[in-house]
Design a protein around this ligand. Structure first.
Ligand code: NAP
Length: 362
């Protein structure tokens, strides 16, 4: 078993520590030890609206029955770039109008190289759009009280509009206590139970929505995908992706089904979906036969698989078998270059929204 560390593909507070797992079919995958994780709005310069109507022959179609690839590629990388440009313009506007520069504080405990890299990337992303970043580095043996003290200071600091605790925390710390200590007004990860609770309730508005699911919905919006009244299947029910993604789709008036590891007939259920969001962590699990012709697919999964032809010895694939999906779906996100780049863009967006809210600036 080889242990490898990958980029923080997900988001601000997310980290992914991966190690290879060998399957009986000879495929080698990397299994993740996931910590929590972590997203914005509209100006579709992108493709025209996608039709979600399936051809008559939709039932039981298989990849081999389909012909040439025809799906549109949902280009998360270029959408994220566009969003960053919009954020940068907003930051300038905020500064010029009221002299406020949005600030994001990141607390890093311990000396994990992967975590340090993620924090560095977030700092760079902040700099690229003009957001101030504040970084606290504590040693591995720091106490929970010390971390709570920094959170408390940042909670009260008017120059900080978002607080992010890089995960994982050392095992002697209670992650829940620490994440709950972040005031909901600065919870740019959107993981605070109150923010999630408001997301789940009709008539309530969360202050922040978790970044990765928010990025998924943003992609659907920017590609003009009609969500209202559509059947959506979310595969995966984690607190950080699957569950909030399902809540967001429901808020957009989709009829939502969640598929998880105990679902008895995932293929049959998924095949009914006009929109699929997959956040599982299993390479190529969603085959062509799972997909209704004309469906739109957002693949959140990031799964390294061994690849001797790659200089790194591995490559990243999604949960969805991309080649098969391309022949059946109307549109699909690639991995990499789909949901991944959206997550950090949404973190920046949440930070700017927080600063605007703090000063009642529209
Ligand atoms: P997670 O916490 O491990 O949750 C995985 C979910 O998938 C669970 O709900 C699990 O069901 C379900 N599942 C596992 N095996 C399944 C199967 N065979 N059939 C159906 N459902 C199954 O993972 P996560 O944090 O949500 O992340 C999921 C994937 O998204 C990973 O590949 C991760 O790297 C990626 N990710 C990407 C981004 C990004 O920015 N692109 C951000 C976050 C995560 P149970 O609940 O029943 O166990």
């Amino acid at each position: 078993m080889v242990s490898m560390i990958f980029n923080d593909p997900s988001s601000a507070a997310a980290f992914h520590r991966l190690s290879f797992t060998r399957f009986s079919n000879g495929l080698v995958s990397l299994r993740r030890f996931v910590g929590p994780l972590h997203v914005f709005s509209n100006t579709p310069t992108l493709p025209r609206a996608l039709s979600l109507h399936a051809p008559r022959s939709s039932r039981f179609i298989t990849a081999s029955m389909a012909a040439e690839p025809s799906a549109k590629v949902i280009d998360g990388k270029s959408v994220a770039k566009q969003i960053r440009e919009e954020i940068s313009a907003e930051v300038t506007k905020l500064k010029e109008a009221i002299g406020v520069v949005p600030g994001l504080a990141v607390i890093l405990v311990g000396d994990r190289k992967d975590s340090a890299t993620y924090v560095r990337n977030k700092k760079k992303a902040c700099e690229s759009v003009g957001i101030n970043s504040f970084e606290v580095n504590l040693p591995d043996d720091a106490s929970e009280q010390e971390v709570l003290k920094y959170i408390s200071d940042f909670n009260g600091d008017p120059s900080v509009h978002g607080i992010l605790v890089q995960l994982p925390l050392p095992s002697h710390m209670n992650e829940q206590n620490i994440l709950n200590a972040v005031t909901i007004e600065k919870d740019v990860d959107g993981f605070h139970p109150l923010n999630i609770g408001h997301l789940a309730m009709r008539g309530r508005e969360p202050l922040f929505v978790p970044c990765t699911p928010k990025g998924c919905i943003e992609l659907l919006h920017r590609y003009g995908v009609d969500i209202k009244g559509k059947r959506a299947v979310v595969i995966g029910r984690s607190n950080i992706v699957g569950m909030p993604a399902a809540l967001l789709l429901q808020r957009e008036d989709a009829t939502v089904t969640i598929v998880h590891s105990r679902t008895k007939n995932p293929e049959e259920i998924t095949r009914q979906a006009d929109i699929i969001i997959s956040a599982v962590g299993q390479p190529n699990m969603v085959r062509g036969s799972w997909i209704k012709p004309g469906a739109v697919i957002i693949d959140v999964g990031i799964n390294p698989v061994e690849d001797a032809t790659s200089p790194r010895g591995y490559r990243l694939v999604g949960d969805v078998c991309y080649d098969e999906a391309c022949k059946i779906a109307a549109a699909v996100t690639p991995v990499p270059g789909g949901v991944g780049p959206m997550t950090i863009a949404m973190l920046l967006s949440n930070t700017v929204s927080s600063a605007k809210r703090a000063y009642n600036f529209n």
